[in-house]
Design a protein around this ligand. Sequence first.
Ligand code: 5GP
Ligand code: ZN
Length: 114
Amino acid sequence: MQDCLFCKIVKREIPADIVYEDDEVLAFNDINPQAPAHILIIPKQHIATLNDIEESDQALVGRLPYVAARLADERDIADDGYRVVMNCNDQGGQTVYHIHMHLMGGRRFTWPAG
Ligand code: 5GP
Ligand code: ZN
């Protein structure tokens, strides 16, 4: 999508600190980290919100937690534990309208989220 920030990162039109890439998925460090490790994992395909996921997107979206767990393992935060979050729309705290999974680790998180 032309005006989408994360599509621009996929197309390398905007720089990002990319930590993982395959044919379908890209992961990069969050520009405003909320934890010692804070990575955004996105499908390369533009999907605006969780509400826009089609039945045929299920396998693709299912790769996001799989990649999150692999990256957590690489960073040695898997055993201590970490938080994954997907925000949806305004009240859910979504600010970039291309779905993304936050992987955050390296500190303790509280529940419920604020
Ligand atoms: P949301 O609020 O939509 O769940 O999360 C969007 C995330 O994208 C935020 O954590 C924000 O810091 C991050 N972000 C916004 N703009 C950029 C950018 O240009 N580059 C990177 N790497 N992260 C960004
Ligand atoms: Zn996009």
